[in-house]
Design a protein around this ligand. Structure first.
Ligand SMILES: Nc1nc2c(c(=O)[nH]1)N[C@H]1C(S)=C(S)[C@@H](COP(=O)(O)O)O[C@H]1N2
Ligand SMILES: [Mo]
Length: 358
């Protein structure tokens, strides 16, 4: 069995560029939307998108009294729920770390918000009736491939109590339209507040088991580790994080921003899987002022914020920093993680202010 991939220094490799082109991020100007337009939602696809028709029925099997199978059409006849969810890839920010882990080189764009419609997972579990010994629920995708030499279906699990949370959905629609192939058609799991890997796409089986799931994507991948060989801590809830829509206009190649002097309204979003957002600060050249939060009507979606920047001629660094109601705050520098998971360091945007820009 091949081991972990070793961290790498230097330029991005062809493999990383290939992964980045397959798994595109949300352009940061799309932070202006409360709900990310479907075609701008970031994507993360480990293997290949399964063929349409690869999942004729969703099977509930294993330690259930009443296992059953159901089609997407049958699910649509059940009482539905729509939940607005901010989803972030656990590897978001990986591309800022050095040495970096060879995987999708997100800088900060692996996050988006969608409105998912589906049937609460709890409804299906109640119908299947977990046996007394059932402890964990495994979610299996129809996509299959190799990672570290191990052939497997993309599969993840949740503890039974977490799986019974009323806002965990088996979704068949996104932004009111049937799921697209890239977002998991016909059915996907949506686990609000968790990093994206929990929300298994192309969902084809739900299995009840009596012990922790040992699949590669659960037991080996998606762990915070400082060094190779550590058991690590599993990635679960999204860490507190925030972004702003970059002000001004960009340079095509470097993306460096230019803006004219004067008052600029800076708008952004903040989110945390563990608690509501309590405060956002806008940093200008390292000095912080408190931003205005907009009312948060959706418990699982990002909170909009805005602040005014009095732009004066010269070179400036803009940042934002969120704090949640549990007191978690974004760090100024990326927290080290071997695989580049959970980088919630503050965003830094360089802006040149000059009178010629308009
Ligand atoms: N079956 C399957 N589900 C999956 C994945 C995958 O590769 N296969 N990627 C996961 C990861 S790592 C993330 S971040 C989210 C991304 O969901 P999106 O592409 O709809 O934005 O899907 C998750 N569900
Ligand atoms: Mo991810």
């Amino acid at each position: 069995m091949s081991g972990r991939r070793a961290p790498i220094a230097g330029r991005y490799t062809a493999e990383e560029v290939g992964l980045a082109a397959r798994n595109r991020g949300m352009p940061l100007e799309a932070l202006r939307y409360d709900v990310t337009p479907a075609g701008l939602h970031y994507l993360l696809i480990h293997f290949d998108i399964p063929e349409a028709g690869a999942v004729p029925r969703l099977e509930l099997r294993g330690l259930f009294h009443k296992p059953f199978a159901v089609s997407a059409e049958e699910l649509q006849a059940l009482p539905a729920r729509t939940v607005r969810v901010t989803m972030e890839c656990a590897g978001n920010g990986r591309g800022q770390l050095a040495p970096r882990y060879p995987s999708v080189p997100w800088l900060e764009e692996g996050v988006s918000t969608a409105e998912w419609t589906g049937v609460p997972l709890a409804t299906l579990l109640a119908r299947a009736q977990p046996r007394a010994e059932a402890r964990h629920i495994v979610f299996r995708g129809a996509d299959r491939g190799f990672d570290r030499g191990v052939e497997h279906d993309f599969a993840r699990s949740l503890g039974l109590a977490e799986a019974m949370r009323e806002d965990v959905l088996v979704a068949y629609a996104m932004q009111g339209a049937p799921l697209s192939p890239q977002h998991g058609a016909p059915l996907r799991l949506v686990v609000p507040r968790w990093y994206g890997m929990a929300s298994v796409k192309w969902l084809c089986a739900i299995e009840a088991i009596d012990r922790p799931f040992d699949g590669l994507q659960q037991a080996r991948s998606y762990h915070f580790r400082r060094e190779s060989g550590e058991p690590g801590e599993p990635c679960t809830l999204m860490r507190v994080n925030s972004l702003m829509a970059p002000p001004g206009i960009p340079d095509f190649y470097s993306r460096k921003r230019s803006a004219p002097p004067g008052n600029v309204t800076i708008r952004g979003r903040a989110w945390s899987g563990s608690a509501p957002i309590a405060r956002v600060e806008l940093g200008i050249d390292g000095s912080w002022t408190v931003a205005t939060l907009e009312p948060a009507a959706h418990a699982h979606a990002w909170t909009a914020w805005h602040a005014t920047w009095q732009a004066t001629p010269g070179e400036h660094e803009l940042s934002c920093r969120a704090t949640d109601a549990s007191g978690n705050t974004q760090p100024l520098e990326p927290p080290w993680d071997l695989s580049g998971f959970g980088n919630n360091a503050i965003q830094r945007i360089h802006v040149s202010v000059n009178a010629a820009a308009r």
